[in-house]
Write a protein that binds this ligand. Structure first.
Ligand code: NCD
Ligand code: ZN
Length: 350
């Protein structure tokens, strides 16, 4: 018997557990693209200057809410950018007051706007101890920055050199390995009994490193961590469709203007907010696992963060391929939308 073909799917409203909204005109341009489908998002703090204190986070949250178009509902869940000078008491206060949901660890120099990140992990030990006590999650950009380590090996090296020691010293710390890109990370999360989860982006479920480099260089697919070889992409898809509560969606939608992507040293980041739900439905449908899309996009994330799943729903419908714009216009210039490289038959019904 052939499996029943599904052409409509209603799921709880999804959340995005890793999102870059930027600030100013860019924020204004990209926020509606996320708020259209997503109820909540973990907002990355890598502005220039970064969102370090509770006061910064509260002010940034206010700017996000001010940029939200009338009639749209969206809850930004703020994060604090961990520096070697972060004050544990300020972090605890931000958490208790509901201003910050998580703290973000960038190894210094790992990615876009990470210069103020952590170089000496012992210096942030008091903050991590405090977070373990109060149950505040640490979101981790899991790449070492050692120039001697090959860029394709930086995630795997981070697990051994940084993450394992941190988790050994602070076993009660709740950690989200963000935007995992390797089989190694998937295995590490699967093998750990508690306090560890991972987000997976839309684009890492779809592209491997050939998409970036074979037959010409495609800057719009360049992001960090960089996409790896095909076997890793397959491992990510397996994790995402498995229903395993430790894996959930974090798009890492990271807008840069085309001018900043297409230059001699182009910025890292893929912008996928607009068509993420269509892309995910296509990926889950191809794997005959549409039944697990809700767990990945709408249930597992809130469960890890100790928040209720959304009471609201969205409906995905399968039909003729949907035309998304190639780019969205922002006050800072055009931002190219992620191109999955295949037709998108699923769209969110309005
Ligand atoms: C992000 C950005 O542009 O802020 N870029 C990216 O390639 N993902 C930073 C990050 O999350 O690493
Ligand atoms: Zn990111």
């Amino acid at each position: 018997m052939s499996p029943k073909i599904i052409d409509r799917l209603t799921i709880r409203r999804p959340d995005d557990w890793h999102l870059h909204l930027r600030d100013g005109a860019m924020l204004q341009g990209v926020l509606p693209e996320s708020a259209r489908h997503f109820g909540r998002a973990i907002i990355m703090p890598n502005l220039v200057p970064p969102v370090v204190t509770a006061a910064h986070a509260a002010a940034y949250r206010d700017r996000i809410m001010a940029a939200l178009p009338d009639g749209m509902a969206f809850q930004p869940l703020m994060t604090l950018y961990l520096t070697e000078d972060t004050d544990p008491a300020d972090v605890a206060r931000a958490h208790a007051d509901g201003i910050a949901t998580a703290v973000k660890l960038y190894p210094a120099g790992a990615t876009t706007n990470s210069a103020s990140g952590v170089a000496d992990f012992d210096k942030v030990r008091p903050v991590l101890e405090t977070m373990a006590e109060i149950g505040m999650p640490l979101c981790v950009h899991g790449e070492v920055t050692d120039p001697d380590i090959d860029i394709f090996d930086r995630e795997a090296a981070f697990i051994d050199k940084v993450l394992k020691p941190i988790r050994k010293k602070t076993p009660d710390l709740r950690v989200v390995m963000e935007h995992v890109t390797t089989q190694n990370a998937v295995d590490y999360v699967r093998d750990s009994s508690k306090n560890l989860a991972a987000t997976i982006t839309t684009h890492h479920l779809i592209i491997n490193r050939n998409h970036i480099l074979a037959g010409g260089i495609r800057p719009h697919y360049y992001c960090l961590p960089v996409a790896k070889r095909e076997k890793h992409r397959v491992a990510l898809v397996q994790a995402a469709i498995s229903g395993d509560k430790r894996f959930f969606l974090g798009t890492d939608s990271a807008p840069h203007t085309d001018a900043r992507k297409l230059q001699e040293c182009g910025c890292a980041g893929v912008f996928s907010a607009t068509n993420t739900m269509s892309c995910l439905a296509e990926v889950f449908d191809a794997a005959r696992k549409l039944s697990q899309l809700e767990a990945f996009a709408s249930l597992n994330g809130p469960a890890f963060y100790g928040l209720p799943a959304s009471e609201d729903t969205i409906t995905l419908v399968r039909g003729a391929p949907v035309d998304y714009p190639a780019h969205i216009d922002t006050g800072e210039g055009p931002v190219t939308l992620f191109n999955p490289g295949f037709p998108l038959h699923w769209h969110v019904e309005t």
